[in-house]
Design a protein around this ligand. Sequence first.
Ligand SMILES: O=c1nc2n(C[C@H](O)[C@H](O)[C@H](O)CO)c3cc(O)ccc3cc-2c(=O)[nH]1
Ligand SMILES: C[C@H]1O[C@@H](n2cnc3c(N)ncnc32)[C@H](O)[C@@H]1O
Ligand code: MET
Ligand code: SF4
Length: 380
Amino acid sequence: MTSHLPSTGAALAETGDLDALMASARQIRDAAWGRRITYSRKAFVPLTNMCRDTCGYCTFVKHPSSPEARIMTPEQVLAEARRGEREGCKELLFSLGEKPELRYEAARKGLERLGYSRLTDYLRDMCELVLRETSLLPHVNAGTLTDEEIDVLKPVSASMGMMLETVSRRLTRKGQPHHACPDKTPVQRLRTLERAGEKRVPFTTGLLIGIGETWEERIEALHAINAAHARHGHVQEVIIQNFQRKPDIEMANHPEPGLEDMLRTIAAARVILSPEISLQAPPNLSARHIAYLDAGINDWGGISPVTIDFINPQHDWPEIRSLARSCEAAGFELRERLTVYPRYLTGNAGFINPSVRTRALGMAGGTGLAREQRHIGETA
Ligand SMILES: O=c1nc2n(C[C@H](O)[C@H](O)[C@H](O)CO)c3cc(O)ccc3cc-2c(=O)[nH]1
Ligand SMILES: C[C@H]1O[C@@H](n2cnc3c(N)ncnc32)[C@H](O)[C@@H]1O
Ligand code: MET
Ligand code: SF4
């Protein structure tokens, strides 16, 4: 699993010839993934919106003094899961603030009322609840994790993820989006990415585009992800996410990245990353998202038929049928996938708890994608 043409990718990216870069990216995508574009039908559970970090772009986080600050109860978690189940979801995405109990008394009290002293332990039990009471596969997006936290969460999840965001240490300085965010220092993010690989967790990661990083920093981040994958084989997908401006964030006046910037970054990612790594960009954060297909993506990520995108609440999910139609018009077929990619189910022992694996294998037939993706996994 060596890096695919990294120098060519960087060179093409540097020359400014966007068309040539996108053509290379498309070629790699077509060879590895064909003309099938996937998504995961998911229910979204924002377990808590309290967080010890205060990223300048985040509208999800709420200070404990806010009336909107909350920790969902097990009953609420289960209600969301059941709603998702009824709508045919297969994934339950836990997305949450990071270690709020280390910073806020209110978070400690809230967890205590639920019988916990640490958010990760509560998350573990909620994953277990979902596995016990529903047919869904938990995916955990809880940000930076320690070795021990990965050990706690791996047995109760099908896959995990954490956006690397950026490798820029500059962005942790005063006045920058990651200032005073202990979980967003590149060294911590890179460590989590590495540990997830050592511990063989099917892993989702990615870059947040347009938060002040340079082009070189994006390329460096992509190489870092690819290098971790070359060591451990755990990176199942990489998300290229565009920053969204909102009125209620520190970065309310920061410009959003343009379409061309996204296309160039997506294409560079496809050229740099190993071909078997799925390349994802969100369908709800740009009116022109169909153009991402020309830059080499093969996946739209999670789409929820039951809840809003809590991270970008002002942007509705596309209706799945209408997304299918626009993919078709562009020459692609939209297909459902599971949160965990087939190569971690069929080969590579040790990447997933055997009972979760059995459940996922039972569901894989329903997506209709099992055979094709398995093929990709085997040839990679
Ligand atoms: O709805 C969202 N889903 C996000 N997802 C979920 C993703 O869309 C799907 O659930 C995965 O593709 C499942 O494999 C993430 C998952 C991660 O592991 C890491 C980061 C993200 C980021 C987002 C996000 O911003 N919005
Ligand atoms: C779950 C992921 O959502 C992303 N995220 C957080 N805030 C924003 C925003 N304003 N625009 C786009 N993406 C955002 C981060 O990359 C985080 O890791
Ligand atoms: C709501 S943000 C997603 C989870 C985590 N707090 C992170 O930033 O990675
Ligand atoms: S992006 Fe994640 S880590 Fe940053 S403030 Fe929001 S919830 Fe916390």
